[in-house]
Design a protein around this ligand. Structure first.
Ligand code: ADP
Length: 267
């Protein structure tokens, strides 16, 4: 083949490659768009439920009928709870959108992982959230791992995972925070293991998904859960170049893990 022919062939091959890449980006953009639309639909639904309850309570209070002090207190308590639900949902929604915005900068810095986890653990321990549970830390003395991470964001991940463990696992059970290197020594796996109900196998795949709205999987009573906590964990982890996973613990309970790029010093 002549030089020109070769060039034309090369060019058309390159063009095909670029077209394939463009098609792939287009598909992923469409997928993202669809996810956003679904999330907005779900959120509107979640916002409407407490608003409807607040509206009914206000209508009841202002209906002009004579109400006992107990009736009034009941209606006000309902308004108070539902307002709390709305505040929580709006705060998490705002946080998730901010975290997903690439122009929102993270404060990355080198962190000694065992020291960071230990400090976090001993700060969290006295928190009344965990008063009913047995909190354990399992990090080997020989682990010398450095993370390049935003400490505030890591705290948010740990708060969410430990908070869920305390929310879903029965009082008196053990919650363990652990860390271990990956087999190829390129990342650190930080896990929270509980002895709660575990995750239904069919939900394991999508539990971190922000459009995940299987109502049976929502917080019992839905008083404090926004359903966005794990999506926040996933977004923060991915912005650190890491991955999230969830599996059922052998026996009972669940293991939520984030795996983050790390450097290890051999001891
Ligand atoms: P929320 O807890 O506000 O509903 P999350 O995104 O934190 O939202 O969690 C999503 C769902 O995953 C929860 O509603 C719950 O069904 C399930 N889940 C999360 N953590 C646990 C856990 N440790 N044990 C059992 N189920 C859990």
């Amino acid at each position: 083949p002549s030089l020109e022919q070769e060039t034309v062939e090369e060019l058309s091959h390159r063009l095909l490659e670029i077209t394939a890449q463009l098609n792939a980006s287009n598909r992923s953009l469409q997928h993202l768009q669809q996810e956003r639309t679904e999330m907005l639909a779900n959120l509107s639904h979640d916002l409407r439920a407490p608003l409807t309850a607040i509206r009914s309570a206000v209508d009841y209070l202002t209906s002009g009928q004579s109400l006992s002090a107990q009736d009034i207190e009941g209606a006000l308590t309902l308004i108070d709870h539902r307002t709390g639900t709305l505040e929580h949902l709006i705060r998490d929604m705002y946080e998730l959108f901010t975290l997903e915005d690439p122009s929102h900068a993270f404060s990355f810095q080198e962190l000694d992982a065992p020291a960071f986890l230990e400090e976090y653990f001993y700060t969290a321990l006295p928190d009344s959230h965990y008063a009913g549970h047995l909190l354990c830390l399992s990090v080997s003395q020989d682990l010398h791992a450095t993370l390049f991470a935003d400490p505030g964001k890591l705290i948010r991940i740990l708060d969410n995972l430990l908070g869920n463990a305390a929310k879903y696992a029965p009082a008196g059970t053990k919650i363990t925070l652990s860390a271990a290197p990956s087999a190829d020594l390129t990342s650190l796996r930080i896990s929270v293991t509980d002895e709660g109900p575990g995750i239904p196998p069919e939900d394991l795949e999508r539990i971190f998904n922000r459009t995940y709205t299987v109502s049976s999987a929502r917080t019992p009573g839905s008083a404090t859960g926004s359903g966005l906590g794990l999506a926040i964990v996933k977004t923060i982890t991915e912005r650190h170049g890491g991955t999230v996973s969830c599996e059922n613990a052998p026996g009972a309970g669940s293991i939520f893990s984030v795996t983050l790029p790390a450097k290890f010093l051999q001891s």
